[in-house]
Ligand binder design. Structure first.
Ligand code: NAD
Ligand code: LMR
Length: 331
């Protein structure tokens, strides 16, 4: 299990290390924002050859952080070097969605990257490696990776939906005039895409139901849910580039919950076990309870209302359609 190993550095591999998410993420990893200020880390940074010069600049800046926790930095375009002995792998490297592109357009670009990396990870990473997929389409890339690396336990591969979860918590906090620490019960179901179902049914702010302050069920359906579903696209529209700072923070939050543990229920895309009628074979964002050291369980028994069911079915259907397309591309 990945637990802090005190004076022995943990090795974290980040792909797409010269990209914009990594530019926000790497300083957090180097200065102890993930495993705390007593855990040294090695950073293995993977990029494609055209980005090696930019990566070299990022490495200069990492050195200039002068972090006492940052031990060995490896910069490479060779996945075998990058994944060797990795305890944690953060797969950011991918072709990002540009203005006007649908996320599914990304499949043909990104499936080959994840298939290619999978077997190498299985061969050279730590035997208990924990892998977080960020590059889009994240849920389906995680599925493809797992199929191509069957020796890695599928539960050790998760995909990032914490950004959607955080976006939802922040919105509740803003609507209810509380800090985000007072928000509980938000669940983000399904795909990290426009079909995601941010579920406010059980959301509370300061212990009180939030749904009324959010305008009631009708406004939640007509305005609030689409607002969250389109948030990634809104940032792309406004910035001309996809979310990076908030994605980096969500990566830290996800890994902290998963690898260290969390009292709160959080949202994480994990291999479906059939819960809530979502068949096995896709990485679906569920409410999860993180028990520490990389252990988690899907929270079962939540009531799925007639309002929620069509949303959950739609995002599951999209994931199965992506699965079929991705498998066809990978063969
Ligand atoms: P970016 O283009 O700035 O960086 C991506 C980097 O990956 C580039 O430097 C590129 O050279 C590198 N890369 C491409 N192919 C690679 C390969 N085979 N091996 C190693 N590196 C490779 O993009 P970004 O803004 O940092 O976003 C990265 C990914 O994260 C995109 O797919 C984006 O859509 C996704 N994303 C996901 C979430 C989420 O919540 N899951 C949120 C935001 C962005
Ligand atoms: C996001 O949610 O910000 C990213 O996944 C960007 C996107 O393509 O939607």
């Amino acid at each position: 299990t990945v637990i802090t190993k005190s004076d022995k550095p943990l090795t974290i591999t980040v792909t797409g290390a010269a990209g914009q998410i990594s530019y926000s993420l790497l300083p957090l990893l180097a200065t102890g924002k993930l495993f705390g200020r007593s855990q040294p880390v090695n950073l293995h940074l993977l990029e494609i050859p055209p980005a090696m010069s930019a990566l070299n600049g990022v490495v200069m800046e990492l050195q200039d952080l002068a972090s006492p926790l940052l031990r060995n930095i490896v910069q490479t375009s060779d996945p075998t070097v990058a994944f060797r002995d990795a305890d944690v792998i953060i797969l950011v490297g991918a072709f990002p969605r540009r203005k006007g592109m649908a996320r599914r357009d990304l499949l043909s670009k990104n499936v080959p990257i994840f298939t290619g990396h999978a077997q190498i990870m299985a061969d050279v990473a730590s035997s208990d490696v924990h892998i977080l997929v960020v590059g889009n389409p994240a849920n389906t890339n995680a599925m493809i990776l797992s199929r191509a690396a069957p020796s890695i336990p599928s539960r050790n591969i998760t995909a990032l939906t914490r950004l959607d979860h955080n976006r939802s918590c922040s919105l509740v906090a803003r609507k209810c005039h509380v800090t985000t620490s007072k928000v509980e019960g938000v669940v983000m179901w399904g795909n990290h895409s426009a079909t995601q179902y941010p579920d406010f049914t059980r959301a509370t702010a300061g212990g009180k139901p939030a749904i009324h302050a959010m305008g009631g069920e009708e406004t939640v359906a007509s305005e609030v849910i689409p607002f969250i579903q389109k948030r990634g696209a809104s940032v792309i529209e406004a910035r001309g580039a996809s979310s990076a700072m908030s994605a980096a923070q969500a990566i830290i939050d996800h890994l902290q919950s998963w690898l260290i543990g969390d009292d709160r229920i959080v949202s994480m895309a994990v291999p479906s076990d059939g819960s809530y009628g979502v068949k096995e074979g896709v990485w679906f964002s569920f409410p999860v309870r993180c028990l520490g050291s990389g252990e988690y369980e899907i929270v079962t028994g939540l009531e799925i209302s007639a309002f929620a069911k069509p949303y959950i079915d739609a995002t599951a259907d999209e994931l199965f359609a992506e699965r079929e397309e991705a498998i066809a591309i990978s063969q």
